[in-house]
Each structure stands twice: as C-alpha cells, then as structure tokens.
Design a protein around this ligand. Sequence first.
Ligand code: F6P
Length: 363
Amino acid sequence: MVKPIKRIGVLTGGGDCPGLNAVIRAVVKSAILEYNMEVIGFEDGFKGLVENSFRPMDVSSVTGILPKGGTILGTTNRDNPFAYVTYLDGQMVKKNMSDQVISNLDSLGIEALVVIGGDGSLSIAHEFARLGINVVGVPKTIDNDLSATDVTFGFNTAVATATDAIDKLHTTAESHHRTMVLEVMGRYAGWIALESGLAGGADVILIPEIPYDINKVAEKITQRHDAGKKFSIVVVAEGAYPVDGEMVVKYTVAESHDPIRLGGIGAKVGADIERLSGSESRVTVLGHLQRGGSPTPFDRILGTRFGVAAAKSVNEGLFDTMVSLQAPSIVNVPLKDAIHELKRIPTDSDILHAARSIGICLG
Ligand code: F6P
C-alpha cells in the first residue's frame, strides 16, 4: 500500500502550447476531488521552483480556463535549476540551484511534482527524479517531437492553425497566379509542416528529416504551371535545409536548453523558387501564432485525460514516469524513454508514402 500523498506541486515549463490550461485544470480538479490532495502551482516553470514563487490552487482557481490558450501559471524556456543563469559583474554565470529547489519543496511539504513540459523540461524533471523527488511528467509541445507517446497535446491545435493559414493562402495564390510559401515551426521534426501540408493540400512540403533539392522543388512548380495550374503552395518547416546547405539560424538564446532560434528558410526557398522557375513568390512566416489561441476539442480532451492520469499516477506512486497516449489508452512510460531521443518523422512512414503517392514534392 503506497502512503497517501497529501500535497503536490504543478508547473508548466518550456514554450507555451494550447491545452496547458486543460492539463492544469484536470490535475487540480482530479487531485482535489478524487484524491483529497492539496495543490500548489509554481509560477513561470522551474524559475518558480528556484525562486519559491507559487500559489495555492483550489477548484475555483481553474474555473473557466479550459478554452484559454497559454498557461495561467506562466512559463519560461530558459530556466534550468541545474544551470541557473545569474549575472555577476555583468557576466552570465550558471549555478546549480537544485539544492535550493529541494529545500523549497521540503519547506512547503510538497511530496510530488507534476511537470508539464517538452523535451527540455522533462529532462530536468528526470534529473530531479534521480535526486529522489517524486516526479510525474506530462508531454507537451506543438512540435510533437517527444518520444514514447503517440502524440503530444498542443500539436493538433498548431496543425489546425497552420491548415487554416494554408486555406487562406490558397485563395490569394490562385487569384494572383503565385507561389505562396508558408514557414511553420518544427526545428528537428517536420510534423506540423507535414500534417498541415497534407490537410491543406500543399504541393511541396519541406521537412528537416529530408534535406531538399531546390531544383526538384522548382521543377514541381514548373510542371504545375505547364499543366495549367498557375499557382502553388509550399509548406516549409523552420528546420528544413537544402542538401548542400544548413538550417537557417536567426539568433541564439544563450540561457536556453536548446539555444538556437530558427527562421528564414521560407524566404530562401521563396527567392530560389522565383529565380529558378520564374513563378512570382510570396512568403509568410506563421511563427508564434501556432503556439497561441484556444485549444481544439482534441487537445482539450487529451489535456484533460493527461492531467487526470498525472494525478492518478501521483496517487499510485508511479514516479519518474510520463503519462503517454498509446491509443486508445493513457499509460505510464519511464521518463527516460520520452527524452532519450527526439521523435522525428520516420522516412519510411506511411504518412510520407501517402504524401508522395498523391504527388506532393518532398524535395
Ligand atoms: O519547441 C517549441 C517551439 O515553438 C519551436 O517550434 C520553436 O522553434 C521554438 O519553440 C521557438 O521558441 P521561442 O518561443 O523561444 O521563440
């Protein structure tokens, strides 16, 4: 018989994502209503754990948040307690603040922590688990690049946002007989580009998993033009790169778990297409619109199921695990299985085969 847990902490870490509030709401409600626990919410991710910035959460504190984007607890994608950034005489210094975190948790009487995050946040969560903290992870990211779960929450909403953008670009592309290039998020995995491109009827989809040959892309546009289709839609993941080139890094954030910030490949692809095919091109960068907005019903439901499963996992003592969708069930997997490598699109997957099979150019 596992000793009942009385008080838990919850935090959201890394880039925000539609559905975070659905998870927070489900953790809070289920922990209180089903397991009679108390819940403390830490503010701004791991920063709140280091700085001891928190708020008690009752059922009324999560009322009305289900359809809201973002996270009511706040988040950052740069604060790692094991390499916490401070400035000494204007110089950046990274300090290990894990002892501070453990003492903050002890003094608040917190017996378990629910960490809602992606690869970076769940790696930190696993480090705390190794130090003896009772941790349960919940898989979050619009990029859908976490291993050991069928899908992360937030991805479905991001795909819906990108698909809506492609639908809108279609009408203006057709009117002006242009090539419209849409750059979407996805640093090392092209899930958003591939799924929104399929859903939106793109003619070309470029993803980080398949370095592209720009001549093949231009050829596709020219073939369409010759067949009387005078417009084209190209979806490019921000992490896509040419066979003879590299990812386009816009800037770096030194404090971040993954410091590079991408951007600019869409502009390069648009200019190259115009030069090689003669098709007038315009480029749209969808950016953080993909991270915002109200979650789709799918993400609200998945977020709720994940949140409830996280509270249950705490109650059952299933620590150092992550709740995971292995359809149709929610199961627990070891945290290390989720973080050991990014989930990229397998190049032999049926979804890529489907795209090729209907004539989509993958570069
Ligand atoms: O990991 C989520 C993500 O949205 C990536 O797709 C993107 O490259 C990155 O975060 C952007 O980070 P920031 O919000 O720091 O610009």
